[in-house]
Design a protein around this ligand. Structure first.
Ligand code: NAD
Length: 519
């Protein structure tokens, strides 16, 4: 007997009231170095997307618990900000080793809660781990600048932590995206509250345990759970100085405006519709294989998935071969040997994906490969599976093109020239990632120069930058000016103090006070 509670604005997950007799495992809160059960009555049911088995109940933390987490982080900041940068470096070194050692446990949690295949889940962990590895260089990354500016006078800059910062993560990378957030926040001397997605917080709970083992002191890293109520708290609580958000447009725009209206620094990475532009001179075999991996990997639930392809000129003749290759991908539970695509995150996500496929057909697209109702083993019959789907003859006005599908659906368009393809990509409201496939340096150069997209690949389908660079974005895919990780990430988590100091060698020689600006 579950009573649905209203969760304002949240369409995909609802909370249930938990009765005392239920023995279902719960996800704990982590505050001040303690893992404990929430006193809430509102819980999110987390079901294995491949089977619908109930995995855990995730709490909507109570206002008191959220306040406790924020106060704890505020208190911990007083000492953490004074910790030496070498201490913080050493903790990052310990953490990277522990994450590597526990990769299988992390990946297992991801496959169980999120659904992606086990090898892909390890990739999720690895790409986050690389941010921790980069944070091991925090002494160099934090170095300021210094210049002698006049006789006996120097100006220098110091990067100081902000205080308490918050991270709000999406469901699709349960390890990587929290790892974009808390390691840099902590390494730069902040304390933080992380709110993982209520749909798959398990990996973040393991990371919290590992962070504690690595030497992160009590109260420096805290994990809070919930939906809109928790988000609202993080946007409004005066102790929180900055919010790092990754997720959908709707939540991101809301968090950006509410957070910035409260004077907080906010970085928000939003939705995407990433185009692959295929030139007829490209290496066909490489291009088709890369397209398949980038369109259908993680069942299309990557913000950098190449979900849209623009065939230029004769390259459109490759489409039948792409369809044939897509048919060979295996749709099944993420732990199964040889699985290529796991399930979508929720039944609602599956329904929405199928509805967008149908909208494409209704609007005149050609269904070249239909992934609806794929064949899966008996034990996965209740899972949220959609197989690789390819829609041809798509036009930019169709909903399957204008909306982010976030499922294994590749929409195919064509263009007569490179200029037309560039115009098409730049007209799309999103600007997260794109890739061109060509063997011409001149074409690649023109494309990279004229395209208005944050991440650009040349013969690289998913050009997610390594952490010495930053993950950026353009137009509708981003709000805020400071990007994730890399130098920009360091800037996000710090404020710059500029000191100008004068130490005279001799006694002061000024005879009288100077009231005019020096000329
Ligand atoms: P989501 O916006 O539903 O959830 C993200 C976070 O916001 C969660 O922690 C959730 O609890 C919270 N949230 C959800 N709805 C909210 C609301 N109405 N008000 C306030 N908070 C809310 O996103 P998702 O479905 O978990 O993730 C998929 C989306 O994330 C896709 O659109 C994808 O493109 C995007 N994404 C973008 C990037 C990027 O770097 N650009 C990376 C990964 C994912």
């Amino acid at each position: 007997t579950c009573t649905l509670a209203s969760v304002r604005g949240m369409s995909l997950t609802a909370t249930v009231e938990r009765t005392k007799s239920q023995k279902t495992p719960t996800t704990q809160l982590y505050v001040n170095g303690e893992f404990f059960e929430s006193q809430t009555k509102q819980w999110f049911e987390l079901r294995n997307p491949a089977t619908q088995e109930l995995v855990t109940l995730v709490p909507q933390a109570t206002p008191e618990e959220l306040k406790h987490a924020s106060r704890t982080a505020e208190e911990a900041f007083k000492t953490w900000k004074q910790s030496s940068v070498l201490t913080r470096q050493r903790i990052m070194m310990n953490l990277q080793l522990l994450i590597r050692d526990n990769m299988d446990e992390l990946a297992k949690s991801i496959t169980t809660e999120q659904g992606k295949t086990f090898p892909d889940a390890k990739g999720d962990v690895l790409r986050g781990l690389q941010v921790v590895e980069n944070a091991c260089g925090i002494p160099s990354l934090l170095m300021g600048e210094k210049l002698p500016v006049a006789r006996d006078m120097d100006t220098f800059t110091i990067r100081e932590p902000l205080g308490v910062v918050a991270g709000i993560a999406p469901f699709n990378f349960p390890a990587m995206i929290p790892l974009w957030m808390f390691p840099l926040a902590i390494a730069t001397g902040n304390t933080c509250l992380i709110k993982p997605s209520e749909r798959d917080p398990g990996a973040m709970m393991i990371l919290a345990k590992l962070a504690e083992e690595a030497g992160v002191p009590k109260g420096v890293l805290n994990v809070v759970h919930g939906g809109v109520d928790t988000v609202n708290f993080l946007c409004d609580d005066p102790a929180i100085r900055a919010i790092s958000f990754v997720g959908s447009d709707r939540a991101g725009k809301y968090i950006f405006s509410r957070g910035t209206a409260n004077g907080k620094r906010v970085q928000a990475n939003l939705g995407a519709k990433n185009h692959g532009v295929i030139m007829p001179d490209a290496n066909k075999n490489h291009t088709l294989n890369q397209l398949l991996g980038a369109a259908f990997g993680a069942a299309g639930q990557r913000c950098m998935a190449l979900s849209t392809v623009v065939f230029v000129g004769k390259a459109r003749e490759w489409l039948p071969e792409l369809v044939e290759r897509a048919k060979t991908l295996k749709v099944t539970g993420g732990f199964e040997e040889g699985a290529d695509l796991g399930p979508l995150i929720t039944p609602q996500a599956k329904e929405r994906c199928e509805e967008l496929i149908q909208s494409g057909i209704d609007e005149g697209a050609t269904l070249l490969l239909d992934g609806r109702n794929p064949q899966v083993p008996e034990k996965y019959k209740a899972g949220n599976f959609v197989g690789p789907t390819i829609l041809g003859d798509v036009k930019p006005t169709m909903r399957c093109y204008t909306e982010e599908i976030f499922g294994p659906v590749l929409v195919c368009l064509s263009a007569d020239t490179l200029d037309d393809a560039i115009k098409m990509v730049n007209r799309n409201p999103y600007g997260n990632g794109t890739a061109i496939f060509t063997n011409s340096g001149a074409i690649a150069r023109k494309f990279t120069e004229e395209i208005d997209v944050g991440q650009v690949g040349v013969n690289v389908p998913i050009p997610v930058p390594l952490p010495m660079f930053s993950f950026t974005g353009s137009r509708g895919s981003i709000q805020g000016d400071l990007n994730f990780y890399g130098k920009s990430g360091i800037q996000f988590y710090t404020s710059t103090k500029t000191v100008t100091q004068l130490w005279r060698h001799e006694d002061a020689t000024e005879l009288e006070a100077a009231v005019n600006m020096p000329t």
